[in-house]
Design a protein around this ligand. Structure first.
Ligand SMILES: [Zn+2]
Length: 603
């Protein structure tokens, strides 16, 4: 058993966004200790090279400087030292996303992946972490929120914490500042909510609703819950959205308007979004933090890890995030079908679903999903979006073929007992093999079609078999995301440009020109800034308002700047295709299977 690795984090110069981080190795490698920062953070498949934020680094042993040699972009080798080795870095922290590290005089947040050097060869050693309070009177009220075990620190206090090994050390993000707190117990487990940033959230309501949600998830997989304690670390901003899962906590970024306010009784659309995000990350406590792909067991933090299974880890989690909300009664069935209708709409509107399979989307997450560009909608499919619809289809198919005796829930529970509880990674074909074993169905052809081909999913027939009618209609406006019936009875079709557009001053800039769309056919490209339609600058309503007065088949003359060149395009507008999904409950015979699917029953 090696001696613990000791880390110290000092929020030394908040105004300059600098942490000082020290790492002390009591028994360094006698031939020269290697230390490295991760290239990526688990849960987010992009090479981030956290070492680029290291502003300075030095090493010492028994008061004497020790030479450090950099051996690759994120690895240092200290010259041989007989005694304890301490390496100290200054780390720049101004990434307010859930994946990075941030510090200013108002708040601090960090993921260990960005701050803590990994002493190579000593990854299994216990880690002790001392978190120091920034110097100065203004930081007197700061507290600390993290799911890491305390080892001397008072509850929510600065001081010493402990992790069993490096993998655990970097899986407990830490927030500090004047945080708003609330707590609750779910199935006996203490849960805390800590919010940084300005907000006026109804904390009691938040605690009540999250308790209901957490109990739903814990009971779904079966008590006891796998964590002793759980923390929701929330950062509220003007606008923002994001989440990252951890073994006993999650970091969430949300708009302050997504949080519930006092007096509100029914969850509005924005609060529903927040609950969906919290539900998603909480479900990951089981599915991906403990049921893991073999490719991530353990994580190789030096380079990309490849798996075609993200459809199962992100897609199934995306399926259960909203499903759990309806099953525990936080939203109604109508709300749920609206959310599902929107997911189907966004899937149907991406031409890339005919170019990339789900398995490919997962494997290439590092270079495609996490590095989107103007051509992404034409070339890629989302393993979250399509993955959740494959999970839906799989669930409904299993229910139908087994006459309601089995469901995707059973598969999730067996994944939990076989892999989550044992720590055995899921092989690339593991989910498919287990699905056949659990249900007794032959599913290979289904998986080939849904995961490894671009064939359409049988959404309509499977939904109909469970009492839900799926209807498709044309979009009514560019902000029509589906899920709801048409607002107006008038048909005739919206005239579409076939592009995504954002306003930029007086211009409308094409962000994406879609395959098969009118804009692309006329020669417009992403980046073009449209300044006039038929010789006139669009008024207050922008391009949308102008196009709303045109009919499909009309030709409009657009003037647009491409870089500094003014170009002219004659665009023949197309009718909006029927790609906007609306789901509604069918009355009668299928009511019971709908009840079993959306209800809370376990079988
Ligand atoms: Zn996720």
């Amino acid at each position: 058993m090696s001696a613990p690795i000791r880390y110290t984090v000092v929020p030394e110069r908040p105004e300059a966004h600098l942490y000082r981080v020290a790492c002390t190795v009591a028994e360094p490698d006698p031939s020269g200790q290697e230390l490295a920062l991760p290239a990526w953070i688990p849960g987010s498949h992009l090479i981030r090279d956290f070492a680029r934020h290291v502003v300075s680094i030095r090493a010492e042993s028994r008061g004497r400087p020790v030479a450090l040699e950099k051996t690759d972009k994120h690895t240092w080798r200290a010259e041989a030292a007989a005694g304890p080795l301490t390496v100290t870095c200054e780390v720049y922290a101004k990434d307010l996303s859930v994946r990075g590290a941030y510090l200013d005089p108002r708040q601090g947040f960090f993921n260990g992946a960005g701050l803590f050097l990994r002493a190579k060869g000593l990854e299994d050693a216990t880690c002790e972490l001392e978190i120091r309070r920034p110097q100065g009177a203004r930081y007197r009220d700061w507290i600390v929120a993290t799911a890491m075990d305390r080892a001397g620190a008072k509850p929510r206090g600065f001081g010493t914490y402990r992790a069993a090994n490096y993998d655990e050390l970097i899986d407990h993000p830490v927030a500090m500042g004047t945080l708003s707190l609330a707590g609750f117990r779910a199935c006996g487990v203490l849960h805390e909510i800590a919010i940084a940033g300005r907000h006026r959230a109804d904390m009691a309501r938040l605690a009540r609703d999250l308790k209901r949600l957490c109990e739903q998830h814990i009971r779904f997989f079966g008590e006891p819950a796998p964590m002793k304690r759980y923390v929701f670390l929330v950062t509220a901003l003007g606008e923002g959205y994001g989440g990252l899962e951890h073994r006993a906590s999650t970091a969430l970024l949300c708009s302050r308007d997504d949080l519930p306010v006092a007096g509100e009784t029914q969850p509005g659309e924005r609060y529903r979004t927040f609950l969906g995000l919290a539900s998603h990350e909480y479900f990951h406590t089981w599915n991906v933090k403990r049921i893991k792909p073999a490719a991530f067991t353990p994580y190789d933090l030096d380079r990309e890890g490849y798996t075609s299974l993200l459809w199962a880890f992100e897609g199934m989690t995306s399926y259960y995030d909203d499903l759990a909300l309806v099953r525990c009664g936080l939203i109604g069935r109508k709300d749920y079908l609206e959310l599902l209708g929107r997911s189907i709409t966004s899937y149907l509107r991406a031409p890339g679903r005919a170019k990339q399979t789900l398995a490919e989307a997962s494997f290439d997450a590092w270079i495609k999903y996490y590095r989107p560009d103007e051509n992404s909608p034409n070339a890629t499919v989302s393993y979250y979006g399509k993955g959740s619809l494959v999970a839906l289809c799989l669930d409904l198919l299993i229910r139908q073929k087994t006459r309601g005796k089995k469901s995707l829930d059973d598969l999730m529970r067996v994944l939990w007992t076989r892999h989550g509880l044992t720590g055995t990674g899921v092989e690339e074909d593991g989910v498919e093999r287990l699905a056949e074993e659990v249900t007794g169905l032959k599913l290979q052809g289904i998986f080939d079609a849904w995961l490894r081909s671009m064939r359409e999913l049988p959404l309509e027939s499977l939904l109909a078999a469970h009492g839900v009618e799926m209807a498709l209609r044309p979009a009514e406006s560019s902000s029509d995301r589906g899920g709801k019936p048409a607002a107006s009875k008038a048909s005739g079709g919206l005239a579409m440009l076939g592009a995504h557009v954002r306003g930029d001053g007086d211009a409308s800039v094409l962000t994406h020109a879609l395959d098969g769309g009118a804009a692309r056919a006329a020669g417009l490209a992403a980046g073009d800034a449209i300044v006039a339609v038929d010789g006139l600058r669009p008024g207050r309503g922008g391009l949308d308002a102008v196009l709303a007065r045109r009919r499909a088949g009309d030709t409009v003359r657009l003037h647009a700047f491409r870089r500094d060149e003014l170009l002219e395009f004659d665009v023949r507008l197309k009718a909006a295709p029927a790609d906007t999904c609306v789901l509604s409950e069918l009355s009668g015979a299928k009511a019971r299977s709908l009840e079993r699917w959306l209800g809370t029953s376990r079988g």
